[in-house]
Design a protein around this ligand. Structure first.
Ligand code: N01
Length: 531
């Protein structure tokens, strides 16, 4: 049995930051990673067009000023290969690789109540058993792909790909007839790029999306110098902002400003803000009338961009508030439908009946395809946490504990599962924030928590049952006061049939959440029990 102080599951940004931080603090840390490379989502989401929709300067690690200064991002929004190069650079620079066990999947973990440690089983290259005082789940929120099991799928003679598990070798789709199922962030990034490459592209849309233009651009040396001269202020602004993206919320209400002023502001945000468009007015996610003004604006933009009025109409989202499903940030998504080689199949009018040998049959026709791409997303937020068997106090599994939805205290600890910590998971701002900033905040806060335990000579840290109940209630109350629950989104667990419908991330914002974390720490980490 291998003994370590801390076993970290996952070698994406969260796992690597955890490894670095706790190794620096003198703990013996090992990371196990199921993939055969570092980078988590950025290692596997290699589809053409994949890029981050948070600005590069903000979607990067902040713990090392030297790292900040030496890395040169090339574009406002970095592509997946560039982010992966950054991950490799970070791993090299801080000597992280030596403690990462690749191609090694954690399958089971059981808490030993007498010894106060976790016994963890792994399969793969470093198969075996581990004993660790602390178990950190840095498994990501979007790492288990949702692979639809459509009727006839095995009959298809062509190739089936998934955006979230894209092959590592080059995929040449030129001259092919390709079908893409799914129009979330992955689909909207992929579609305009594929449209230029393939012979014919058919997009199968189930729910239209409110997509915002990225306005991506290369970063000049002047811009780079400007950001780097005041990087710490930029980071601080991000930490104090609701989303962790640094946008100061507009304190005006969308329904209280005169129409021409509102329109002018939307126009300006449309050209510059990317994801920040959601913060054009403070009440967009609070008041349906306010939200309608943004939704109408976006629908009008779709009408402007798409030449064929019937196609434009089918691409216009209706029936749920803008922002309640995570809005994609695109580069030429709607414009792609103006191409002669791109067709839209609206699955609300003509549902998909089955996959055939030759392609996809809808209720209206059979569409012949060489390749089908599933851009169908992930079992979000809880997928990777519930995949392995995690057995806590009294033999109770995490799956049992979470059978009506995820329950955490502050998104960090779980009652009944001592010394287990989750990074940027359910119950924290997580996917509603700049997740890199949220990851770093969690790692640093857990470091303080462990120091506090050490100062008391405690071997065991556990969220109390009451603290967890109160936090889950608070998470739900905050969500219920917004428009978020009004869409069938993956925030709500709606993406996987049968998954409990509860709102999973914390909508209270990065700034408010940080205040809560500070308060809890200041009150001797109240809500945690130290033994
Ligand atoms: O997945 P999604 P994604 N039959 O769940 C459709 C992050 N991300 O991979 O809406 C037919 O958003 C589904 O339809 P519906 C980002 O956080 C970031 O695109 O359920 N259709 C939807 O259209 C993002 O939000 C970047 O009706 C089916 C699509 O597939 C998250 O990852 C880039 C279906 C799934 O959309 C997930 O994005 C990419 C079925 N059986 C991703 N099942 C950045 O830029 C699903 N759909 C950082």
């Amino acid at each position: 049995m291998r003994q370590v102080d801390m076993l970290v599951v996952g070698a994406g940004f969260a796992g690597l930051r955890t490894l670095h931080t706790f190794r620096e603090r003198g703990l013996e840390v090992a990371v196990v990673e199921a993939n055969d490379g570092l980078g988590g989502v950025w290692y596997v989401n290699r589809y053409p067009g994949a890029r981050c929709d948070v600005e590069s300067y903000d979607y990067s690690l902040s713990f090392s000023p030297e790292l900040e200064q030496e890395w040169r991002w090339s574009e406002r929004y970095a592509t997946q290969p560039e982010i992966l190069r950054y991950v490799d650079h970070v791993a090299e620079r801080f000597g992280l690789r030596r403690d990462v066990h690749l191609s090694t999947r954690m399958t089971r973990a059981e808490y030993d109540e007498d010894a106060h440690h976790w016994t963890v089983t792994t399969e793969g290259d470093t198969a075996g058993t581990w004993s660790a005082r602390y178990l950190v789940m840095a498994t990501g929120q979007l790492s288990v792909t949702k692979q639809p099991q459509l009727e006839g799928q095995d009959d298809f003679r062509g190739r089936i790909l998934h955006t979230g598990a894209w092959p590592h070798e080059p995929v040449d789709l030129s001259g092919q007839r390709v079908g893409v199922i799914g129009t979330g962030s992955s689909g909207t990034q992929l579609i305009p790029v594929l449209a230029r490459e393939v012979d014919h592209l058919t997009v199968f849309q189930r729910t239209p999306n409110f997509s915002i233009p990225a306005n991506n651009a290369p970063l000049s040396d002047e811009r780079d110098a400007e950001v780097k001269a005041t990087y710490s202020e930029r980071r601080e602004r991000a930490r104090r902002s609701p989303s962790g993206l640094g946008f100061a919320p507009n304190k005006q209400s969308a329904v209280e400003v005169p129409e021409d002023e509102r329109r002018a502001l939307y126009e300006e945000q449309w050209k510059t803000a990317g994801f920040g468009f959601l913060l054009a007015f403070y009440d967009l996610m609070l008041d349906e009338r306010a939200n309608d003004t943004a939704a109408d604006f976006i629908r009008a933009k779709i009408a402007e961009k798409v030449d064929d009025p019937a196609t434009a109409e089918r691409l216009m989202p209706r029936g749920y508030p803008f922002g309640a499903k995570r809005p994609p940030v695109d580069s030429g998504y709607f414009e792609a439908f103006n191409r002669d080689n791109v067709d839209l199949v609206d699955m609300r009018d003509t549902p998909l009946e089955r996959i055939t040998e030759k392609g996809i049959r809808t209720t209206a026709e059979e569409i012949e395809l060489d390749t089908i791409v599933f851009a169908t997303g992930f079992d979000a937020m809880t997928g990777a946490l519930l995949k392995p068997e995690i057995v806590g106090r009294g033999g109770r599994t995490l799956r049992e504990h979470w059978n009506s939805g995820p329950r955490t205290y502050l998104g960090v600890g779980v009652s009944g599962f001592p010394n287990l910590f989750v990074i940027a998971g359910p119950g924290s701002p997580s996917l509603l924030s700049n997740v890199l900033l949220s990851i770093e905040a969690h790692v640093d806060w857990i470091a303080g928590l462990l120091d506090h335990a050490a100062a008391q000579g405690a071997d065991e840290i556990e969220a109390s049952a009451q603290a967890e109940v109160d936090w889950v209630d608070h998470v739900n109350e905050r969500a219920a006061a917004t428009l978020y629950p009004k869409a069938a989104s993956y925030y709500m667990g709606a993406e996987v049939p049968g998954k409990p419908r509860v709102f999973m991330p914390y909508v209270g914002g990065v700034r408010g959440y940080r205040r809560t974390l500070d308060q809890v720490a200041g009150n001797d980490y109240e809500g945690f029990v130290f033994v």
